[in-house]
Write a protein that binds this ligand. Sequence first.
Ligand code: MCA
Ligand code: AMP
Length: 497
Amino acid sequence: MTNTLYDALFAPHAQNQAAFLECDDGSVVSYAAFVRRAAQIANVLTDAGVAAGDRIVIQAPKLADTIALYGAAVQTGAVYLPLNTAYTEAELSYFIGDASPALVICDAKDATAVSRLCADQNIKVMTLDIDRMGSLSVAANTAPDTFNTVDCGPDDLAALLYTSGTTGRSKGAMLSHKNLLSNAKVLTEHWQITASDRLIHALPIFHTHGLFVAMNTCLIAGASIRFIDRFDIDLILSEIPQSTMLMGVPTFYTRLLSDARFTRELCAGMRLFVSGSAPLLAETHTAFETRTGQKILERYGMTETNMITSNPFDGPRVAGTVGYPLAGTQVVITDNGTPVPQGDIGVIEVKGDNVFQGYWNMPEKTREELRSNGFFITGDLGTMGADGRISIVGREKDMIISGGYNIYPKEIEDVLNDIKGISESAVFGVAHPDFGEAVIAAVVLENQSLTADAIAVHIELLLANFKQPRQFIMLDALPRNTMGKVQKNVLRYEYAP
Ligand code: MCA
Ligand code: AMP
């Protein structure tokens, strides 16, 4: 039996007694115990009728069992589909409808609502919760701790990760065993991660960054992980002296720098600070070096492509650049598919084993964004230096990144425009000191008595908290150019803080 991802990430640890996950409640899960737990959960999944290729949706707390569930999904050949815990019932309903999973695993507190959603489609629901009393954990406790790993080749799907889009509808990026494994191997080597490392893991585990970049690299290397529920500055500061690596979004680093306890001495044992998912300001990079004597290593990636570029581990980490294409990844800067002269700005396109297999159930979208020659069109604008170093200078796609979460204005505008009394809206991002960008909505009213508070209440049940505009601006008309296109640059300028 061979299973590309399981054989590389999980199987080698069957006898490894070293610590894998050190959790907030003080419990430590060894690698060997983790492999056994994944097998127990794999048995529960098959008992629940999950077969190879079936999607399993996970909207669950950040627990050791949630990671074991990832291992179990890989072992059974199922497709792991993690969802942001902030998504509302309305959003969840879309993902379930689109992915038609065999099983949904949710937080025990959401079981009633999720069961209601799944009842129509006859989809099974199981739960996880912080007290380990969820039905999945309880069933796993008495399940056998060995499992006949299901055969999976490099091109079989391992995960389906939804990413919002400029059309307003989220698209499921299909990631194969090879996509995930190739990237994990390259990153582990590039960042020189070994079994002696201890990673502070404070990212969510439903996105590429926290799930694949952080977890898969540590699994390959056999490194330990201090598994922290969310960004808690006191906890992180107290863990730094016992750790060697931190992976985070720029907000992590601006928050650390705003705390006087974050010093060069505190960081003396740390060997790697990685930043990604959003632009790291050059001033943050410089301030970090001044404070700690260490340079943040910035890298660049996407859900569809995993990691694309990284600053060097040994060698200059240049502020404002995302480094060089990773081994096995080709990057070209193009104007509509034609490479631009070296140094010019163009769209970043990417090809390699790291690039996804297309969008779930959306062949047309796949054809629009994934060229027949294998290059994926990122929608990010960048330049390539003479030595191949990449800098991101903007985005062709209308997207806001807030605290590392991508927010597509079109999705929010669609929800706002559906509200009775709103004739049109334009959603845009402005600079925010903590999150990098914050969401603002300009709204043109048909019904002048509609208030910002009433709009906020209306969208509360429809959009995850991080997507909800922090401010509503009522306008008589949206600024438009002579072609009738809304000028978001004018709005961004006008309402900049
Ligand atoms: C929390 N809130 C947010 C965000 N996070 N609002 C906008 N944007 C956010 N990112 C809301 C909370 O719900 C709360 O709302 C209020 O803001 C204050 O929350 P706070 O306690 O400050 O938040 P936190 O829990 O400390 O979280 C902030 C965070 C977190 C640490 C920046 O959002 C985070 O961990 N972000 C990482 C996201 C990530 O992993 N991205 C990777 C995507 P209220 O006051 O109303 O209750 S993968 C990717 O992009 C690619 C592949 C890549 O390259 O990595
Ligand atoms: P997602 O769609 O959530 O996978 O996010 C991918 C997007 O995040 C990319 O297309 C970029 O726009 C952005 N991104 C990721 N890493 C960086 C970075 N280091 N600098 C700037 N933007 C980044």
